[in-house]
Write a protein that binds this ligand. Structure first.
Ligand SMILES: Nc1ncnc2c1ncn2[C@@H]1O[C@H](COP(=O)(O)OP(=O)(O)O)[C@@H](O)[C@H]1O
Ligand SMILES: [Mg+2]
Length: 153
């Protein structure tokens, strides 16, 4: 399922739509090359969830948590770029029962993230500001993703 994102502004609108749709305990897995826009989308989601501050890249800390009241629902922003695949999620302090929304960049570095509560998004195209989004919504995301993808971006 692909979705054309025409501009940076459109990516921010997508972030807002995802923030409205996402529920605690779910995962949004963001794939794509360096500069594709994974962190930009993660920031847009956090902003739409109410976070007013700067969102640093978790490239070095690997995971950065955000908790209410700064955000409407708890969020863990993760960037697994620096991992080599040998590390397990629970070694990072992440467990499946965590009530936070996990927004994870470079999920393939931890063997990939999938499952009924995971929305897998791959962002392609690094020229100018147009992006192509390839989505693999887990079972529980399918109806919500259809609705989001039917919106204007
Ligand atoms: N439509 C778009 N969506 C996301 N980022 C865009 C878009 N158009 C331009 N950009 C720019 O591309 C860059 C993406 O960087 P970043 O989000 O850090 O990528 P990544 O986390 O995937 O490495 C930013 O400088 C951003 O402003
Ligand atoms: Mg990034």
């Amino acid at each position: 399922m692909t979705l054309l994102i025409a501009s940076l502004d459109a990516m921010e609108q997508l972030g807002a739509a995802l923030a409205t749709a996402a529920r605690p305990g779910e995962t949004i897995a963001l794939s794509g090359d360096l500069g594709a826009g994974k962190s930009t989308l993660a920031r847009a989601i956090l902003k739409a969830l109410g976070f007013a501050g700067e969102v640093p890249s978790p490239t070095f800390s690997l995971i950065l948590p955000y908790d209410p009241p700064e955000v409407r629902i708890p969020v863990i922003h993760a960037d697994f770029y620096r991992l080599d695949g040998a590390m397990e999620l629970d070694e990072l302090g992440l467990d499946a029962g965590d009530p936070a929304l996990l927004i994870a960049e470079w999920p393939e570095r931890v063997g990939g993230l999938a499952g009924p509560d995971t929305l897998q998004l791959r962002i392609e195209g690094t020229d100018a500001s147009e992006r192509l989004l390839i989505a693999q919504p887990g079972e529980n995301w399918q109806a919500r993703w259809q609705q989001i993808a039917g919106g204007q971006f």
